[in-house]
Write a protein that binds this ligand. Sequence first.
Ligand code: OXD
Ligand code: MN
Length: 592
Amino acid sequence: MATSPQNHPDALLVKPAKVAAWVEEVARLTQPARVHWCDGSDAENDALTQLMLSTGDLVKLKEESFPNCYLHRSNPTDVARVEHLTFVCTHNAEDAGPNNYWMDPPDGHRLMDGFFDGCMRGRTMYVVPYCMGPIDSPYSRCGIEITDSPYVVANMRVMTRMGRAALERIGREDSFVKGLHSIGELDPDRRYIMHFPEELTIKSYGSGYGGNALLGKKCHALRIASWQARDEGWLAEHMLIVGVESPQGEVHYLACAFPSACGKTNLAMLIPPEALPGWKIWTLGDDIAWLHPGPDGRLYAINPEAGYFGVVPGTNQKTNRHAHDMIRHDTIFTNVAVTADNEPWWEGLESGTPTIDWKGNPYDPAHGPAAHPNSRFTVSAKQNPCYGTMADAPGGVPISAIVFGGRRRELAPLVFQARDWGHGVLIGAAMASETTAAATGNVGVVRRDPMAMKPFCGYNFGDYWAHWLSFDRRLPKLPQVFHVNWFRRNAEGKFLWPGYGENLRVLRWIIDRCENRAGAAETPIGYLPRPQDLDMTGLDISPKAVEELLSVNTEAWRTEMHEIGEYLRSFAPRTPPRILDEHADVARRLDW
Ligand code: OXD
Ligand code: MN
């Protein structure tokens, strides 16, 4: 096995002994032809890009209109997260809980090491040091991903603080998350994403898809971090972080949890409607928030990521102008279609005609969409025109409100507020949403997705709810908790709410409730705005639609609460009694 040549910049990296020992151990197992320690430099990235262009891993897009943009076509069997192949390995199966697939750690290691044995022969093994969160934040955590995929390296460089500074921090600290990844043969029958939270270790084999392969993201920043957060007294959540600035200059930060592909990126980059002049939106994060008790008794959030790995279809000037503009340069596209003059194309784009589909075949509408519904852009957060520079603040930002939301065509009103923290935790735990293309499996089926963490919580949901509930003993100034639903439909199947920029009207009510300056009606499920409590200036919406959006169907809610009770109890004996008390309280209010 060759090491990097002495004149390569990685010879200048100081390699912490603990990391070097692990890299050697992995190299002995995987037998790569070369080992490359990544420093994160432009020169390194340019060389990797050239390499991927030569192997066909990347295709250059039209330079004049999409400068420095590339297309990656993944294996057609490898286009989404694979929840049925994602495991949490803990010594006690109960600790992983019914919400995770489980394997005994020795069995998990044996299975994975069997796959990794010799799998990098003839390949380069990349050692990718990364930091999740601002490099100088006490809340950030570091990891090393070892991978044989240059595409993964290029994406990790955008999505995390990757390279020299991260390795230096790892050298100063004693612990880092170990992530071992190989694309293997990209064989769906030899594909597993395995987590060992007790060892701060991840092993992922057989997939190059973002959520399975960019180990800093879902594997580290959610599954492993949620475990660490429980032990250390903080929260690792599937939440965007957005700053909302009023025309008077008052800024509130909101952390919002929505399941995958339910509009988190759009909400994080919301463009205020013309009818509400003077409002500004600052994006701090679009997918993950780490929430820590702050010195003043409030909850503070950092975004552990540095880029966006967003869903492309549907992005256009109307739905998300900022995203549309930000992905016109320095962007990696995965699984979009291309036009005859080599521009990327996806469903929802208003101009251009696809000629080659996401699989690289001539486009034929009879064979489905041109771009894969889960096609993605990878882009630096700094390219976002409304990037909130507070995303780099080591101490994070204080959170005024936590907002939960799902994709529900029925039942859930446009917005409601929890009575208090305990009720808010119940609302989060009871979340449900229609499934989307972000994971393999059926699309459009309603499933329970507590706090939007169903695919991402690294331990038993019963313990997770108990951890959430404990925060009102830890913190005197907790955020208010809300639930929203942008996806309600009428009897004809049409959306009742226009969504996108108009969601600012709902965010305003949320902020005004936090400031005790907005009205509401008390209902059995929480506080709802009355029509006069929402600013509807300049919005073309019928009073009937508003009434429907703000109504509570008691009968349907009784059925819902019954199902929620069954669901919560299915985590016994770990279901915290307090969440059942909260549930009983709502049931009593519904006269049930
Ligand atoms: C994502 C997801 O990619 O949730 O963010 O699947
Ligand atoms: Mn996500």
